[in-house]
Design a protein around this ligand. Sequence first.
Ligand code: ADP
Ligand code: MG
Length: 683
Amino acid sequence: MELTELKGIGKNTAEKLSQLGIDGVMDLLFHLPLRYEDKTKITPIEDLIGFSYAQIEGEIVKSYVTQGRRPILVCEVDDGTEVMQLKFFNFYYSQKIKMSSGLRIRAYGEVRHGMYGMEIIHPEFSLGEKQPALAKSLTPIYPKSEGISQKLLQKATAQVVELLRKGGFDLQELLPADWLVKHQMPTLFDALLFVHQPPPDADVSKLLDQTHPAQQRLKIEEILAHFLAMHQARSAVEQLYAEALPIKDTQRKKLLARLPFQLTDAQNRVVTEIHEDMARNHPMQRLVQGDVGSGKTVVAALAMQAALSHGKQSVMMAPTEILAEQHLITLKEYFPDENLVFLSGKAKGLHRAEILGQIAKEARIIIGTHALFQADVEYHDLALVIIDEQHRFGVHQRLKLKQKGQTDHNMPHNLIMTATPIPRTLAQIAYANLDISVIDELPPNRKVINTLLLDNQKMPQLADRIRHACERGEQAYWVCTLIEESEHLRAKAAEDTFVALKEWFPDMEIGLIHGRLKSEEKQLIMNRFKANEIQLLIATTVIEVGVDVPNASLMVIENAERLGLSQLHQLRGRVGRGNRQSHCVLMYQSPLTENAQIRLQTMRETNDGFKIAQQDLKLRGPGEILGTRQKGSMEFRFSNPEQDAQLFEQAKIMAKELLKNQPGICKKIILRWQKQAKELAKV
Ligand code: ADP
Ligand code: MG
């Protein structure tokens, strides 16, 4: 059945859905809710603290538009328990008129603690005395992409689920029946019905935590598909050839002599592992894990040196433009005699054509963003592909770059680097197709970052701290952390803070950076921050990865209690890079949940990424999945390697058994879950 046969889906929408990987009705069935919205109740405003998302209802007591560069429509709502603000950054004046005082409003959205108490930014809302009845069951929220509304996905999926209910699909149960019985898990059929339309009496808290048996049933099959595909991919690569690139000791020493430091033992060990791989004529498939600041860039450079010594091309890809440019600067120092070529989305027209010409000919060291794997980028004799901060790339992007320089029998060596502090055991599960090296040591003389916790109420104390740091010539980051999925709203919230902080520090140079800026604008701001022309940088989490400004010694993170440990650790890693004593202030809203308390305490007590990762794993229990970024966790649509560790263990065992006893089923499982399975099988 075609998607366009569903009500409400025309040709255009079908095309957009296809960008989400949904090409048919069956795909829609496996496009599972990421989370649920609980619109079955109204929360009194006075009880909002501790909620991430909530629905409120009350009377509009005041609505006004703030003055400033970008006006904000503020609507104050009183529900008899307390007053809160709803804020709209994009609004029509007609909307302002509609929001007149005395009217009843019901609003749903992400609750945050703003500068002036509780607020919801851009809530969904309905106005009027007569509000619709509360929802009877949880509302599924699907992963979506540009141009597809949540409502559309909900409506389309509801139709497909109806079809399923009526027996419209030939849905083969692939998991062994005795296994389902033993683990008391529902069949695929029942599980799918359940997750798309949880009945009114469903165990809400389990569903929200994604620990409901119906969800687990689906997850385990997805995980199984992952292991099986990994296995397939690994055996496929083992068949391929790569040019052997043994490095001579003189070549290695040549680069080492240019460094202003000595490699740590850990760096040396990992470099040796890489060079051993590259000396073989099978493609290297190595993941280097190293905590923030452990010095991965130089390790990558030494791998490039091996390729270079054979006159071969290497390419290094970073997930953000900011980071790629930074690598360019660093690598220029390491390879002063080479003509380094840089390609990002910024390059256009003739300039781009010229760069592509160099890549197709003599360039031997190439650096850039995902622009590097666009179809028309042709490499000359690509021998090494390095992907930095790989967790930031989707599996498709990675595959595309891998396929560059690849023929039916040949493939470049592959080096994948990540700072995601995931415990080794877990990494082995998630990267079952890769060899793993760990840089488990930081360069000497690093000063431990001093981390403080500060209640939002004491925010004024911060002003002095920031001022003093900047007067001493140091610099600071202020990170705004709206966990809202929309980059747009995150940017707006940062702008809001920017305006407020300008009032605090009228004579300081303050910058603002977020994902909605053009890349030149971002680069300009980063350059000015690097040059110490900006003293205080207000940023969204765009600065999370890789950024290296050693003079920045103070970081303030707003609403830190909302973030997961790994993300906090990554963010904090932006300071403590020079030889000054650095500080990180984690702002929070009390009262804290017990879980949040442990997280913040962990951050205060340790700077060790692996310890933090262990703790993270322990903590990701109930309630934590809401609001954590799906992006951060591998390439799963539904499962979360950190949260579902136990399912991973189970799936690993099951995968072994299936591979041995039922290879036919294995293929079916892979195909059902991994659209990229075919591509994976090719690498
Ligand atoms: P990562 O990418 O692992 O977060 P980087 O490669 O950006 O870390 O290195 C962080 C900083 O440490 C850089 O300024 C780098 O020059 C420096 N560095 C790397 N290795 C060493 C070392 N062995 N000794 C001293 N400094 C080092
Ligand atoms: Mg790095």
